[in-house]
Design a protein around this ligand. Structure first.
Ligand code: FAS
Ligand code: PHB
Length: 408
């Protein structure tokens, strides 16, 4: 069975490298997959369109599910996470100008960890390179061929402008929602399920102490807001805005004024303000393609599905996908059996659709849809009051938020 990466001269002057898995995209999905394969003795090469500095400083997700933390520790990328990550035993739903805590520890015996996605990526890259892993950064012109054959190829130009070809047994499309892999699936071979929401999130990272100890989701007549954090002196805050809003239309003063108004609680001291280190507006969508595989191309993470970030699922789903893929690839490379590969998509989609529903449910319960009438607002408030007062309803939210066990 094929093993080990090695270069062979081929086709004029294009360098062909043979490997077992060509991974397109060095985000959480691609990086975790590379580690999982290496731990099983299988070889991969990672191709990343951006620079190492860019991917290590791209501010995105912040909440790690319990299973994600366990897996990162198992693959040897959890040391700093354990040291610097903020382990939380609950979250709050903020409405009627008060906090209502959902106690994960009491309801599920498990926790979440707040630790920026860019920190996860930093740790994964450092560990991969330290173990001799191969990551091509700044690649360009990535093109797939032969995904219906048993030796697909990925042609690309490396960061030094050299034309290269990766020849592999499998291609893992871990290149995100806007990546190049999914479009290689022939038209008609994929079913697309999607929903665009009539709002977006404006997110900021600010040099200011978080005003609360845990993540708080706020429902109110001015719209949704979310208070999170990255460290004892860096806060992460979000505002629901109109989908067509541009970040330039939001001055620092307007951002802080709106955040304070929406996150106010009776008896609270308000937010600690400080320099805004990063800001951006992200669209809100639900998106799934079925199946998550075509021939020897396997899609994972945002390349296959997107959730509104209200459920803090995006990055966690990416990790869960590649945990399934790595197990399936191990059986294939070790025995030639394709049963787990053939079941990859169905197995991932069970968790994906559970997360899609949970993220849609949290989004619908907490956001002020444009044109929402008083009846809809009363329904939301009734649901929020029920969720925080019913042990059964609180447990349902808690077990979804901390992350259902893999394979459940
Ligand atoms: P990623 O998008 O992280 O990684 C894909 C990688 O592929 C990128 O590094 C990209 O540069 C690379 N790539 C793309 N095209 C390529 C090509 N042609 N060749 C080679 N490489 C290529 N999730 C949450 O849970 N909470 C949040 O608050 C949250 N906020 C977000 C904000 C924004 C602006 C975005 C876009 C996403 C956010 N997400 C959030 C979701 C996010 O965290 C994703 O779920 C997570 O990054 C998924 O990881 P991957 O599937 O690895 O995809
Ligand atoms: C974050 O800390 O960035 C965060 C927390 C909870 C979410 C989304 C993002 O639902």
């Amino acid at each position: 069975m094929l093993s080990g990466s090695y270069g062979v001269k081929h086709r004029t002057d294009v360098e062909v490298t043979r490997t077992q898995v060509a991974i397109v995209g060095a985000g959480p999905a691609g990086l975790v997959l590379a580690h999982l394969l290496a731990l099983r003795g299988f070889d991969s090469v990672l191709l990343e369109a951006r620079s190492r500095h860019h991917v290590e400083h791209r501010v995105r997700a912040g909440v790690l599910e319990h299973p994600t933390v366990q897996l990162l520790c198992e693959i040897g990328a959890g040391e700093r996470l354990r040291r610097e990550g903020l382990e939380h035993g609950g979250i709050s739903l903020r409405f009627d100008r008060a906090d209502h805590r959902i106690d994960f520890a009491a309801l599920t015996g498990r926790s979440i960890t707040v630790y920026g996605q860019q920190e996860v990526v930093k740790d994964l890259i450092a560990a991969r390179l330290a173990r001799g892993g191969e990551i091509f950064f700044d690649v360009d012109d990535v093109r797939l061929s032969g995904i219906d054959s048993d030796e697909p190829e990925v042609a690309f130009t490396d960061g030094g402008g050299v034309a290269r070809i990766l020849r592999a047994a499998v291609v893992a499309g871990c290149d995100g929602f806007h990546g190049v892999c999914r479009p290689y699936v022939p038209p008609g071979a994929l079913r697309v399920f999607e929903r665009d929401y009539p709002f977006a999130w404006l997110g900021i990272l600010a040099k200011a102490a978080p005003a609360q100890e845990e993540v708080a989701y706020a429902h109110g007549d001015r719209g949704f807001a979310l208070a999170s954090m990255r460290s004892p002196d860096v806060t992460r805050l979000y505002l629901q805005v109109a989908p067509e809003d541009a970040i330039d239309g939001w001055s620092d003063d307007r951002i802080w004024e709106e955040l304070n108004a929406r996150l106010a609680v009776d008896g609270g001291a308000g937010l600690n303000e400080g320099p805004i280190l990063e800001r951006g507006i992200a669209a809100m969508r639900s998106f799934v393609v079925e199946p998550m595989r075509h021939g020897r191309l396997f899609l994972a993470g945002d390349a296959a599905h997107i959730v509104p970030p209200t459920g803090a699922k995006g990055m966690n789903l990416a990790v869960a996908d590649v945990a399934v893929l790595a197990e399936a690839l191990e059986r294939f490379f070790a025995t030639g059996r394709t049963d787990l590969l053939d079941g990859y998509s169905d197995r991932c989609l069970r968790r994906v659709w559970r997360a899609e529903h949970f993220s849609w449910w949290m989004t619908s319960m907490l956001h002020l849809a444009p044109g929402a009438d008083p009846f809809e607002r009363r329904l939301q408030l009734s649901q929020l009051r029920y969720v925080v007062s019913s042990p059964a309803a609180s447990t349902s939210l808690a077990e979804n938020y901390v992350g259902l066990p893999y394979g459940s």
